[in-house]
Design a protein around this ligand. Structure first.
Ligand SMILES: C[S@@+](CC[C@H](N)C(=O)[O-])C[C@H]1O[C@@H](n2cnc3c(N)ncnc32)[C@H](O)[C@@H]1O
Length: 187
């Protein structure tokens, strides 16, 4: 993952504060609602809207993003939460620590996704949960947008999934027409 990619994200956040709004992802909200709060990790947390939602629900939250502009803003907007500036493709995540690991619209190459998805799963304790929310693949399919089947993993048992037509009012800044979310229990 190069500096160029990180700088592109910094530019986007500089150009538009609250780029993805201040409300959490509706699909994350829906998938999380049956869980008992504990310790949570979000990779690619941006300006922290999902972390803030999880914290309000009672989770102790750590958010990680490689955009220092987004992380600085998250720290200012959500004091008391933990935000770290790091590249999730080179991050050494702790093993079996979290009760919930989540990603929301972290679209990267399949090679990078294999690294951070595995890191996310390893960071969750057995019996904990992993949530993925992303854009559904378009036509022609884009490698950055996996299908639900692409995300099948030996260490995960699917608990449920959901999808939505994309609503620009609830998810500003996104161009996809459909999103989906999956929740798994970690074996
Ligand atoms: C579409 S935004 C979503 C932000 C947040 N999850 C949300 O829903 O508001 C994707 C985020 O992933 C971050 N990101 C992309 N590649 C990353 C990487 N390799 N390491 C850490 N963060 C990354 C970007 O900086 C950006 O904040």
């Amino acid at each position: 993952m190069g500096t160029d990619h990180r700088e592109r994200w910094n530019e986007r956040y500089r150009a538009q504060p609250d780029r993805f709004g201040v409300q959490p992802s509706p699909l994350l909200r829906q998938l999380e609602q049956t869980l008992v709060p504990g310790e949570a990790l979000e990779l690619g947390c941006g300006e922290g809207r999902n972390c803030a939602f999880l914290a309000a629900r009672g989770w102790r939250v750590t958010g990680i993003d490689f955009s220092d502009v987004a992380v600085d803003r998250a720290r200012v907007n959500h004091p008391g939460l933990t935000f770290e500036c790091a590249d999730v493709t080179t991050l050494a995540t702790p093993t079996a620590r979290y009760d919930l690991g989540c990603v929301v619209y972290l679209h990267t190459s399949p090679e990078e996704r294999a690294v951070w998805f595995d890191g996310l799963i390893q960071a969750v304790r057995p019996g904990g949960h992993v949530i993925y929310v992303g854009h559904a693949p378009g036509e022609p399919p884009e490698p950055e947008r996996p299908t639900r089947q692409t995300l099948v993993h030996d260490m995960l048992v699917e608990v449920g999934w959901t999808e939505s037509a994309h609503d620009r009012d609830t998810e500003p800044g996104h161009r996809a027409r459909a999103d989906f979310g999956v929740i798994w229990r970690r074996r």
